[in-house]
Design a protein around this ligand. Structure first.
Ligand code: FDA
Length: 303
């Protein structure tokens, strides 16, 4: 994909007007391929069918750019409702949250209070909560919030993005924290992030290998089969226990490979987004891969 096309979709993903409008449209443009419905019940069914195949899940109640407290409180209540469902239905599932959905842009301490309520419930049910990493303008704040929360909770972690020059430094600081390693989905400047895909991939592999040699659990989140193959070889050569890591992929992507990795005996976790606030998430997926666009266009033409 050219940088122009990528920038176009990333630009759309950040468009507040379109994000707000899309909530009223329902799923259009083939978004239902990548988003597992709008209700808790629909997502519970999706989790159950993956759990039956030995795949665990992480649920993301879609939403970002929240600028009023009522909306942030509703999101927090919905997330607690999901935790209740995970517990009562005994799902093999944890949570992923975005701090901007929980009020980070309104007031950091308010966001922390929302997170504490979520983590109290999650801790009571022994459920892990991962804080997704958003764009670089929220990076420092996200790490600050995590630091405050870690003083009280050990069931919370976050994401390291290998496109950032500072990924190594932050990963070192989080050596005792469960993290998810990703390449990074946002458009960042060359002052903070590698502009070149090869550097991002090499950094990803380097960081993943370091984490695999440690004892803290790591989620290796990529659809890149070259990287997955290299890490599988590394794990075998170094006799690394499969208990210290899992592979993660997004719902609707490379389903055959997801099943195969689980069948091969690796811990595998599918990231399942759901809810009506799908637009920003979906546009970032289109930005990542032209084939996602082809898939969607075929649907639009033939169904
Ligand atoms: P990438 O797009 O680099 O593709 C590499 C190669 O893999 C391709 O050339 C192709 O050969 C193959 N490939 C990739 N996708 C394929 C497909 N669908 N079908 C066939 N081949 C394919 N980002 C972020 O900034 N913050 C976050 O919190 C998260 N969270 C997150 C969770 C999970 C579970 C995942 C998988 C990803 C994220 N991301 C994220 C997104 C991440 O940063 C990144 O943008 C995407 O995963 C795309 O990078 P990949 O490494 O998957 O493959």
């Amino acid at each position: 994909m050219t940088n122009v096309t990528r920038d176009f979709f990333i630009g759309l993903s950040n468009n507040h007007f379109l994000n707000a409008q899309a909530k009223k449209w329902g799923f259009v443009l083939g978004a239902d391929k990548f988003v597992a419905g709008t209700t808790v019940q629909s997502v519970v069914e999706a989790v159950k069918s993956l759990n039956e195949k030995g795949i665990s899940c992480t649920l993301d109640n879609l939403g970002e750019f929240v600028s009023d407290k009522q909306e942030a409180t509703e999101a927090k209540n919905q997330i607690i409702h999901i935790l209740e469902a995970i517990h009562s239905q005994q799902l093999d599932c944890h949570l992923s949250v975005k701090l901007t959905q929980l009020g980070l842009d309104i007031d950091q301490s308010y966001c922390i209070e929302n997170m504490k309520e979520i983590l109290d419930t999650a801790a009571a049910y022994n459920i892990f909560v991962n804080i997704d990493m958003e764009d670089y303008t929220h990076y420092e704040q996200t790490l600050e919030v995590l630091e405050v929360l870690r003083e009280r909770y050990d069931n919370v972690g976050t994401v390291i993005q290998s496109y950032l020059y500072r990924a190594q430094e932050d990963m070192d600081k989080l050596k005792d924290v469960r993290i998810r390693l990703v390449k990074g989905a946002y458009k960042e400047g060359e002052d903070v992030a590698y502009p070149n895909k090869q550097d991002i991939d090499l950094n990803f592999i380097r960081l993943a290998k370091q984490r695999l040699l440690g004892n803290t659990f790591t989620s290796i989140a990529t659809h890149d089969h070259h990287i997955i193959e290299e890490l599988k070889t590394f794990v075998a050569e170094n006799a690394i226990s499969t208990d210290v890591f899992e592979f993660q992929m997004l719902y609707g992507f490379r389903n055959d490979m997801q099943d195969k990795l689980a069948e091969e005996g690796y811990n595998f976790c599918t990231y399942i987004p759901f809810g009506d606030d799908w637009f920003g998430y979906f546009m970032r997926r289109l930005a990542e891969r032209p084939q996602n666009l082809n898939l969607v266009m075929k649907d639009a033409l033939y169904t």
